[in-house]
Design a protein around this ligand. Structure first.
Ligand code: PEP
Length: 259
């Protein structure tokens, strides 16, 4: 990824309470410190459950840890009668840098349409958060060979009305649904094909500069033993890591994929 700082983001999903979160962040930090990890060369972020964020903030700010964090979702609204939802304003107030938007587990399990995802991307920007916009095809689409077409259509809809200035900072995560939590990792060529197509779309929608600068991550059963081959692909600028991110040693190894 010439000129782009790789990002390794751990999506904890609904795992780890706030005490366990503190332990994991401490262990991750110690492991990376021991390895003299250069955070300017490979950025590290975690996306804990909402209820952990205050504890993570206290640790990161108190101990001045070189670690970014964010939410796994946000409301499209800023405040009001939306029981159970979380505003981007609250995430920003807790020091979040990132927020995942449109994860397949939200799209599938919570009926989030492309229009809802689009509204959430805009809400993230309205509150100064950087969206990690997730996209990806299911197995049926992959079997028909329509993965590029599918992902491009998703992103066109999800980025509708997002300005060039905003898009310059977006992070896109390509996550083929058939590879999430299944142990079935996409081949490096599969990842490269769609990540390259995403960059081509960004050039068409915005500009070559935006396309060159945006980080496109791969997600789907990334582990310490397969990350290097995926990261060797020209258009892959990092990983969104689920299962392997709640093991601090494994996640630290993923962040240290260059070793
Ligand atoms: C994810 O949840 O974004 C993910 C990629 O999960 P896993 O790494 O467990 O496949």
């Amino acid at each position: 990824p010439v000129g782009r700082v790789p990002l390794m983001a751990g999506n904890w999903k609904m795992n780890l309470d706030h005490l366990q979160a503190t332990h994991l962040v401490q262990k991750l930090d110690w492991t990376l410190r021991d390895a003299k990890h250069d955070h300017a060369a490979v950025e590290v972020a975690v996306l804990p459950p909402f209820t952990d964020l205050r504890s993570v903030q206290t640790l990161v700010e108190g101990d001045k840890l070189d670690l970014r964090y964010g939410g796994q979702d946000l409301s499209p609204h800023s405040s009001g009668a939306y029981t159970g939802d979380i505003s981007g304003a609250f995430l920003a107030k807790l020091g979040c840098t990132y927020v995942a938007v449109g994860h397949s587990e939200r799209r599938e399990g919570h009926g989030e349409t492309d229009a809802v995802v689009n509204a959430k991307v805009k809400a993230a920007y309205a509150h100064g958060l950087t969206p990690i916009l997730c996209c990806g095809e299911g197995l049926d689409v992959r079997k028909e060979g329509r993965q590029v077409e599918h992902v491009v259509a998703q992103l066109r809809a999800n980025l509708e009305g997002v300005t060039k200035e905003q898009a310059a900072s977006v992070v896109i995560a390509y996550e083929p649904i058939w590879a999430i939590g299944t142990g079935e990792v996409a081949t490096p060529d599969d990842a490269q094909e769609v990540c390259a197509a995403i960059r081509t779309l960004l050039a068409e929608l915005y500009s070559g500069d935006v396309a060159d600068g945006v980080r496109v991550l791969y997600g789907g059963s990334v582990k310490a033993n397969n990350v290097a081959a995926i990261m060797a692909q020209e258009d892959v600028d990092g990983a969104l890591v689920g299962g392997a991110s709640i093991d601090p040693a494994e996640f630290a190894s993923i962040c240290r994929y260059r070793d």
